[in-house]
Write a protein that binds this ligand. Structure first.
Ligand code: SF4
Length: 241
């Protein structure tokens, strides 16, 4: 049965956030890294767990206290430091290239200028960097000390947005970012975007898993179209009961 969506308004993300807030409580950033560090963290985190990313970033920081030194590092020196993350060999080539690209375009490795650009232009600048997609770019803007209003649409958020019916089932991360940003209440500030992303990730880890979404225990069940989850949902309901 198709869910009746009570949020057929431009501000569709508002009701999603309210329901998740009631279930999981407020979410706030503990500490905000500088934008360059967040860029590196975002690249390391692609297809990698939080702990592996944290360890890899700490090792990189210890080896390269100045990110400019990372620009000159050979991939063979970087790869052992980040061996715990996915695609470490590719990322070991990507990270020095990223630093060199920033130096070529900006001089010092310093991204605070992004805080003075309109968010759309800052996103365009970041996504033109090698290997940087909209999720990494939005995290640089939103999670770092820049604290700009941009939604991080990572794999978990994209999956839930498709299941909810907020974006089409074939939407790319770029399309989903643009659609979801349009659905955010205009009054939202950076902390609101941070919070809704953190809430959606919490939902992804506790209810809306890729294989077996626990729709019977989901705070969004009443407003979710449950796109492409019919088979898995039967299992989830049986477990929940
Ligand atoms: S767990 Fe089920 S109801 Fe909740 S968001 Fe995922 S698909 Fe929708």
């Amino acid at each position: 049965m198709q869910a009746i969506l009570p949020f057929e308004t431009p501000n569709r993300l508002g009701p999603v956030r309210e329901r998740l807030l009631a279930a999981f409580g407020p979410q706030r950033a503990d500490a905000r890294p500088d934008p360059v560090t967040q860029l590196i963290r975002g690249c390391l985190a692609v297809r990698s767990g939080d702990e592996a990313t944290r360890v890899a970033l700490a090792r990189l920081r210890a080896a390269f206290p100045d990110w400019a030194a990372l620009a000159e590092a050979p991939a063979e020196a970087v790869e052992p430091l980040i061996a715990g993350v996915a695609d470490a060999d590719r990322k070991a080539r990507q990270l020095p290239l990223l630093m060199r690209t920033i130096m070529r375009q900006r001089g010092p490795i310093y991204l605070d200028f992004l805080g003075y650009l309109p968010v759309d232009r800052a996103m365009d600048w970041l996504t033109a960097l090698p290997g940087v997609g909209p999720a990494i770019a939005a995290a640089v803007l939103n999670v770092s000390t820049l604290s700009r209003p941009a939604l991080v649409v990572d794999g978990a958020v994209l999956r839930i947005a498709k299941r909810l019916g907020l974006v089409g089932r074939t939407a790319t991360s770029v399309q989903a970012y643009e659609t979801l940003m349009d659905m955010a209440p205009k009054r939202w500030i950076a902390a609101d975007f941070f919070e809704v992303h953190a809430l959606l990730r919490r939902l992804a880890h506790t209810r809306c898993s890729p294989a077996e979404p626990a729709c019977g225990r989901c705070p969004l069940a009443g407003i979710c179209r449950q796109v492409d989850v019919e088979g898995a949902q039967v299992v989830a309901w049986r477990k929940a009961g």
